[in-house]
Structure formats: C-alpha cells, structure tokens
Design a protein around this ligand. Structure first.
Ligand SMILES: NC(=O)c1ccc[n+]([C@@H]2O[C@H](COP(=O)([O-])OP(=O)(O)OC[C@H]3O[C@@H](n4cnc5c(N)ncnc54)[C@H](O)[C@@H]3O)[C@@H](O)[C@H]2O)c1
Length: 435
C-alpha cells in the first residue's frame, strides 16, 4: 500500500519494451560543458571574475593587517582614565565591520555601501534610549531593543513597529540573553531616585557586559555624574574620583554605576572587551517619565497642572541640564570613536534650582508658585561637567540651550498630560524663540 502511494507508474509499463537507449558516451557531458564555455567568450568572463575575486580576497585583508600597527600607537592620554585600544578584540571587531584601522580615513571603498550595524540598546524603550534608537534606525542600522518596561514605555518606540530593522524584546538585563550583535548600548537602569530605590539591588547588576565578551561586541556603558557624589571639585573632571556615601539611600545608584564602571574596565583589561564609558549629567527632553521625581520633569508637570513648583532645600544647589539630542550625539560619537573614556557628557551651563524654576515659569506659566520642602538625603550641592575632553577627543559639545530645549519638552508633556499637542507645542516653541 505504502509503495503504491509513492509510485504507481510501474503497472502501466509495457511488459516487453522494444526501446533500448543508446549507451552513454563517457565524455559526452564533459565535452558539452567545454563547448559551452568556449562559446561567446564565456571562458574569458570566468577568468576575469576569478582574477577580481583573488585580488579582493588577497590584497585587501593584507593591507588591513599592514595598517594594524596604527592602532597600537593610540597614546595613553591619561594614565588613570584613558586606555589605548590595541587589543585583538578591537581588530576583530573592526575587521568584522569593515571599519577602523584598515581604513583610517573612515571612507568606504568605492562600490561598497556602508553595511548597517546590528545594535542592541538595553533600556531602549526609556527616555534616552528611545531617542538613541531613532537616530540609529535613521542611520540605517538594525536595532534590537531589550527592555523590561520598568520605567520605559512601548509608546516611545511604537513608531518603529513594522520596520524590519527594528526588534523589541521584553527581557530583564539581569538574566542572560544571547544575541549576535556588533554594538551594545547599555542604558537599562532606573535613572530616577523613586525608581532605583524601589529595587536597589537590581540597580547594580546586569548581564550585558558578559554578552559583549561572548560575541565580541563593543560595549558602551551609560554611567552618571552621580559617580562624583557630592563633589569637592568644581566643575567635575573625569579624573576626579568623587565623594560618594557608600551606605546611603542613593548609594544603590551612585555606587551601582561606579561598580558598573569597574566591571566594564575589568572586562576591558582582563577579557579584552572593547568598551566605552559615558558619564551622563542631567538630561531632559520629550518622553521623560512624567512623575519620576527628577527636577525638570517635576517642575514642568507641576507648572502645566497649575501646581506649585516644589523646591527642595534652599534651591541654591546647582545642576546643569542637557537636551536629549545633544546627549545622543555624544553617545554615538563615543561609541564610534577611538577612546574608552570615561567622558563627561553634559551641558556646562549651570543653574540653581531657583533659576530653573524661573525658566519654567517663563516658558509655561509666569504665575506658577514656588513651594519649599526639606531637602532629600545626600542631595549633591553642585554639579557641572568639565567637558574639555569630550570637546577635544570626540569633537562634541552641546548645542541646545535650556531656553531652546525646554519648550520642546513642554510640548510633549502637554500632549501626554492633556492630549492637546498641536496648540501647546506651537505656542510654547514660539514663546521660547521670541524670548
Ligand atoms: N536621564 C538622565 O538625566 C541620566 C543621567 C545620568 C545617567 N543616565 C543613565 O542613562 C540611562 C537611561 O536613562 P533614562 O533617563 O533614559 O532612564 P529611563 O528610566 O527612561 O530608561 C531606562 C530604561 O531601562 C529599562 N530598564 C530598567 N531596568 C531594566 C532591567 N533590569 N532590564 C531591562 N530593562 C530595564 C526601563 O524600563 C527603561 O526603559 C540609565 O542607565 C541612566 O542611569 C541618565
């Protein structure tokens, strides 16, 4: 039965077949192929093809290897914070991407298009991460967002759904995950006190440095200005080791990031992982969590809701505020550049909390009241980045002033709080540009 299902034709065969095929000539197929090759100069084309392929596969890799010593000449710029990139890992990373030492000008050889990278952004559904994802997708890269939505929102990345270059994975970075990627931007971490105090232990751990080692990806850690604690040096340079309370309520974040920096550097030194470290100063912009207790989002939401602006302490403590697009530009330059860091990424414009409240009043509601509350534990008195290194080595500095950037954030908050985007956005932007 089974064989019948497979083939029934044998029943139809004549019992005696008078047809007997001619025996095969043993060389027939070879001579047929040779004749085919010789017709219409096909052989010539084949030979030219082989010659070009040989040229590409022998000469180009050789020239890269010859140029590799360039990488070892990267100077040790600062014995504490800067490390030369001379590891085998770097070479394999660049070789894999077709960039870097073999191509010091960064130009792509004629006829070859720049290949998009495969990039993981952990925390990519959050405030900074989602803006970074926008830029990477726009550049033509394939982006995988890994996020557990603790503080992030699907709405922040929803506009990429359906794009084949975009993937979203709900996953907690404290658990292993294997992904084949070229670069890892590690942002996953609750960034505001209300959130990181919720699960302090989790704030410290992440699996992704190990993933970078395993797949040979370049790893960028988003550290923070909080590593300087309540600084005794002003403005803060990257060489400053900080003044941090190791056992306070904010320590899970401050010390967590310090530990993450240590771990990142140990993976770099010990396991030759290519790493980058950014120390981010206060950043604001659209898509920030509305009620996360960070000062800019607090003031903006309060002013829009006609609530008093709550100033903790005497309001004379200072911060610097950077618009999110400036930060994203800095992160990308750092990732693509030659230096490990750490680099301060922040806007050196320094404001007291009372000055910030005034800018918010100017932008949203001149009649907004200010209400003073007792200060929170371990609140730093001063914060201002020295960005000399980022300027010199990354060619980066912030472009958007607080008075220009704030209205863009207000427009987004207005839409999310009241759902009246268009009117709000145009009026606030106009107000800012005329003021
Ligand atoms: N925004 C700032 O002013 C600032 C300043 C200094 C440093 N940073 C750092 O930049 C990064 C991004 O900050 P942000 O302001 O966008 O914060 P955010 O809270 O908006 O984003 C963090 C994202 O990480 C996700 N996340 C948190 N824990 C996770 C986990 N265990 N697994 C998977 N996903 C997780 C959240 O859901 C969220 O989407 C953070 O690492 C933060 O420490 C930000």
């Amino acid at each position: 039965m089974g064989s019948e299902l497979i083939y029934r034709g044998h029943e139809a065969q004549p019992a005696s077949d008078s047809y007997s095929p001619k025996p095969d000539k043993p060389w027939a197929s070879v001579t047929r192929a040779a004749r085919y090759m010789l017709r219409e100069q096909r052989l010539l084309f084949v030979l030219v093809g082989i010659a070009i392929a040989t040229l590409i596969f022998t000469i180009i890799p050789t020239s890269r290897v010859q140029l590799a010593p360039h990488t070892t000449t990267t100077p040790i710029l600062d014995s504490i914070t800067y490390f030369p990139i001379e590891t085998q890992n770097k070479f394999s990373y660049q070789h894999r991407l077709g960039i870097g030492s073999g191509n010091p000008t960064g130009k792509i050889p004629l006829g070859l298009k720049r290949k998009g990278l495969r990039i993981v952004v952990t925390g990519g559904a959050g405030f900074v991460g989602s803006h970074l994802v926008d830029r990477l997708i726009a550049r033509g890269d394939s982006v995988i967002v890994v996020d557990n939505f603790f503080t992030g929102r699907k709405e922040n990345v929803m506009h990429h759904f359906g794009n084949p270059n975009f993937e979203l994975i709900r996953h907690d970075v404290v658990e292993p995950l294997l992904l084949e990627v070229d670069q890892i931007y590690h942002l996953a971490c609750p960034a505001s006190p209300v959130h990181y105090k919720f699960n302090p232990v989790k704030t410290i751990i992440s699996f992704f440095t190990r993933l970078a080692k395993r797949v040979g990806a370049r790893f960028l850690l988003t550290s923070t200005s909080e590593v300087y604690g309540d600084p005794l040096q002003h403005p803060q340079k990257e060489t400053y080791w900080g003044n941090v309370n190791p056992i306070g309520v904010r320590s899970c974040y401050d010390e967590g990031k310090r530990t993450a920096e240590t771990l990142t550097m140990d993976y770099h030194r010990g396991a030759e992982v290519e790493v980058r470290i950014a120390r981010i100063f206060n950043t604001y912009g659209p898509r920030m969590c509305i009620d996360d207790g960070r000062v800019v989002s607090n003031f903006v939401a309060q002013a829009l809701r006609k609530e008093p602006l709550t100033v903790y302490g005497d309001g004379k403590q200072t911060r610097s505020f950077q618009y999110v697009s400036d930060l994203v530009e800095g992160l990308m330059r750092l990732m693509e550049g030659e230096h490990v860091g750490p680099f301060n990424l922040g806007n050196p414009g320094e404001f007291t909390m009372l000055e910030l409240a005034e800018v918010v009043q100017e932008t949203i509601d001149p009649n907004a009241r200010i209400e003073f509350r007792p200060n929170t534990e371990d609140d730093p008195h001063k914060r201002k980045p020295d960005i000399t290194r980022a300027k010199e080595l990354l060619g980066w500095e912030p472009k958007v002033s607080l008075r220009k950037g704030l209205p863009l954030m207000v427009s987004d908050f207005r839409q999310r709080i009241f759902g009246d985007h268009k009117e709000g956005s145009s009026s606030t932007i106009n107000k800012a540009s005329s003021g």
